[in-house]
Ligand binder design. Structure first.
Ligand code: 6J7
Ligand code: CA
Length: 136
Protein backbone atom coordinates (compact mmCIF):
# COMPACT_ATOMS: atom_id res chain seq x y z
CA UNK A 1 0.00 0.00 0.00
CA UNK A 2 1.19 3.47 -0.84
CA UNK A 3 0.92 6.18 1.78
CA UNK A 4 -0.78 9.49 1.04
CA UNK A 5 2.64 11.14 1.08
CA UNK A 6 4.12 8.72 -1.46
CA UNK A 7 1.13 9.29 -3.70
CA UNK A 8 1.51 13.07 -3.35
CA UNK A 9 5.23 12.84 -4.26
CA UNK A 10 4.53 10.66 -7.30
CA UNK A 11 1.81 13.03 -8.43
CA UNK A 12 4.17 16.01 -8.04
CA UNK A 13 6.85 14.35 -10.14
CA UNK A 14 4.36 13.54 -12.87
CA UNK A 15 2.73 16.99 -12.78
CA UNK A 16 6.13 18.63 -13.25
CA UNK A 17 6.48 16.63 -16.48
CA UNK A 18 3.13 17.76 -17.93
CA UNK A 19 3.78 20.46 -20.57
CA UNK A 20 0.56 22.36 -19.76
CA UNK A 21 1.66 22.83 -16.15
CA UNK A 22 5.26 23.96 -16.82
CA UNK A 23 4.54 27.58 -15.85
CA UNK A 24 2.83 26.82 -12.53
CA UNK A 25 4.73 27.73 -9.35
CA UNK A 26 5.57 24.79 -7.03
CA UNK A 27 3.02 25.79 -4.44
CA UNK A 28 0.22 25.55 -6.99
CA UNK A 29 1.56 22.23 -8.27
CA UNK A 30 1.60 20.99 -4.71
CA UNK A 31 -2.01 22.05 -4.15
CA UNK A 32 -2.89 20.37 -7.41
CA UNK A 33 -1.21 17.13 -6.31
CA UNK A 34 -3.27 17.27 -3.09
CA UNK A 35 -6.67 17.65 -4.74
CA UNK A 36 -6.22 15.39 -7.77
CA UNK A 37 -8.27 12.24 -7.84
CA UNK A 38 -7.19 9.09 -9.68
CA UNK A 39 -9.73 7.36 -11.92
CA UNK A 40 -9.45 4.14 -13.96
CA UNK A 41 -11.29 3.32 -17.18
CA UNK A 42 -11.53 0.09 -19.12
CA UNK A 43 -11.09 -0.23 -22.87
CA UNK A 44 -14.15 1.22 -24.61
CA UNK A 45 -15.40 3.24 -21.63
CA UNK A 46 -16.72 6.70 -22.51
CA UNK A 47 -14.77 8.98 -20.17
CA UNK A 48 -16.66 11.90 -21.70
CA UNK A 49 -19.80 11.82 -23.83
CA UNK A 50 -20.47 14.55 -26.38
CA UNK A 51 -23.54 16.61 -25.43
CA UNK A 52 -23.50 15.71 -21.72
CA UNK A 53 -22.87 18.14 -18.89
CA UNK A 54 -19.58 17.78 -17.08
CA UNK A 55 -17.63 19.08 -14.12
CA UNK A 56 -14.24 17.42 -14.42
CA UNK A 57 -10.90 18.06 -16.11
CA UNK A 58 -8.58 15.14 -16.95
CA UNK A 59 -4.83 14.58 -17.32
CA UNK A 60 -3.77 11.18 -18.68
CA UNK A 61 -1.43 9.36 -16.31
CA UNK A 62 -1.35 6.02 -18.16
CA UNK A 63 -2.74 4.74 -21.44
CA UNK A 64 -4.34 6.31 -24.47
CA UNK A 65 -7.72 7.79 -25.38
CA UNK A 66 -9.51 8.40 -28.64
CA UNK A 67 -11.45 11.63 -29.26
CA UNK A 68 -14.47 11.39 -31.57
CA UNK A 69 -17.04 13.94 -32.65
CA UNK A 70 -20.32 14.19 -34.57
CA UNK A 71 -19.52 15.54 -37.99
CA UNK A 72 -22.24 16.49 -40.44
CA UNK A 73 -22.54 14.08 -43.32
CA UNK A 74 -21.41 11.09 -41.23
CA UNK A 75 -23.64 8.65 -39.41
CA UNK A 76 -21.08 7.73 -36.75
CA UNK A 77 -18.89 10.08 -34.70
CA UNK A 78 -15.52 10.48 -36.40
CA UNK A 79 -12.11 10.16 -34.76
CA UNK A 80 -10.40 13.53 -34.47
CA UNK A 81 -7.26 12.58 -32.52
CA UNK A 82 -5.65 10.34 -29.92
CA UNK A 83 -4.08 11.46 -26.66
CA UNK A 84 -1.46 9.83 -24.42
CA UNK A 85 0.29 10.21 -21.05
CA UNK A 86 0.78 13.87 -20.16
CA UNK A 87 -2.02 15.09 -22.43
CA UNK A 88 -5.22 16.61 -21.04
CA UNK A 89 -8.88 17.01 -22.01
CA UNK A 90 -12.22 18.26 -20.71
CA UNK A 91 -11.31 21.93 -20.40
CA UNK A 92 -13.90 23.19 -22.88
CA UNK A 93 -17.06 22.45 -20.87
CA UNK A 94 -15.40 23.89 -17.76
CA UNK A 95 -14.28 27.11 -19.42
CA UNK A 96 -17.58 27.75 -21.17
CA UNK A 97 -19.95 26.21 -18.60
CA UNK A 98 -21.42 24.40 -21.54
CA UNK A 99 -21.90 20.81 -22.77
CA UNK A 100 -19.13 18.40 -23.68
CA UNK A 101 -18.08 19.01 -27.28
CA UNK A 102 -16.61 15.58 -28.12
CA UNK A 103 -16.47 11.97 -26.93
CA UNK A 104 -13.36 10.73 -25.16
CA UNK A 105 -13.03 6.94 -25.16
CA UNK A 106 -10.51 4.75 -23.32
CA UNK A 107 -8.30 2.54 -25.50
CA UNK A 108 -6.77 -0.86 -24.58
CA UNK A 109 -5.62 -1.97 -22.10
CA UNK A 110 -7.26 0.80 -20.07
CA UNK A 111 -6.59 4.33 -18.91
CA UNK A 112 -5.63 6.03 -15.68
CA UNK A 113 -6.51 9.73 -15.38
CA UNK A 114 -5.83 12.35 -12.79
CA UNK A 115 -9.06 14.31 -12.43
CA UNK A 116 -9.86 17.74 -11.08
CA UNK A 117 -13.32 19.00 -10.19
CA UNK A 118 -14.64 22.33 -11.43
CA UNK A 119 -13.78 24.29 -8.28
CA UNK A 120 -10.17 23.10 -8.17
CA UNK A 121 -9.84 23.65 -11.92
CA UNK A 122 -11.04 27.24 -11.55
CA UNK A 123 -8.81 27.90 -8.55
CA UNK A 124 -5.62 26.32 -9.89
CA UNK A 125 -5.38 26.12 -13.65
CA UNK A 126 -8.48 27.60 -15.31
CA UNK A 127 -6.72 30.84 -16.20
CA UNK A 128 -3.69 29.32 -17.94
CA UNK A 129 -3.39 30.98 -21.35
CA UNK A 130 -2.74 27.70 -23.13
CA UNK A 131 -6.23 26.52 -22.13
CA UNK A 132 -8.01 29.75 -22.97
CA UNK A 133 -6.28 30.03 -26.33
CA UNK A 134 -6.68 26.36 -27.28
CA UNK A 135 -8.06 26.12 -30.79
CA UNK A 136 -8.34 22.52 -32.04
BR1 6J7 B 1 -8.38 16.38 -27.23
C1 6J7 B 1 -9.70 17.22 -28.13
N1 6J7 B 1 -9.68 17.47 -29.42
C2 6J7 B 1 -10.82 18.14 -29.66
C3 6J7 B 1 -11.35 18.69 -30.85
O1 6J7 B 1 -10.77 18.62 -31.94
N2 6J7 B 1 -12.54 19.35 -30.75
C4 6J7 B 1 -13.19 19.44 -29.55
N3 6J7 B 1 -14.34 20.10 -29.53
N4 6J7 B 1 -12.72 18.91 -28.39
C5 6J7 B 1 -11.54 18.26 -28.46
N5 6J7 B 1 -10.82 17.67 -27.52
C6 6J7 B 1 -11.16 17.52 -26.10
C7 6J7 B 1 -11.45 18.85 -25.39
O2 6J7 B 1 -10.70 18.87 -24.20
O3 6J7 B 1 -12.34 16.73 -25.98
C8 6J7 B 1 -13.04 17.23 -24.87
C9 6J7 B 1 -14.51 16.86 -24.76
O4 6J7 B 1 -15.05 17.51 -23.58
C10 6J7 B 1 -12.92 18.75 -25.07
O5 6J7 B 1 -13.37 19.39 -23.87
P1 6J7 B 1 -14.93 19.09 -23.50
O6 6J7 B 1 -15.80 19.69 -24.55
O7 6J7 B 1 -15.15 19.51 -22.09
CA1 CA C 1 -12.33 9.14 -8.21
Amino acid sequence: MKTGLQRQEENMKFLKSVPLLKSLPSEKLSKLADVLDLDFYHEGDYIIREGSTGDAFFIINQGEVKVTQKISGFEEPQEVRKLKRGDYFGEKALLSEDRRTANVIALAPGVECLTLDRNSFNALIGNLNELKEKDY
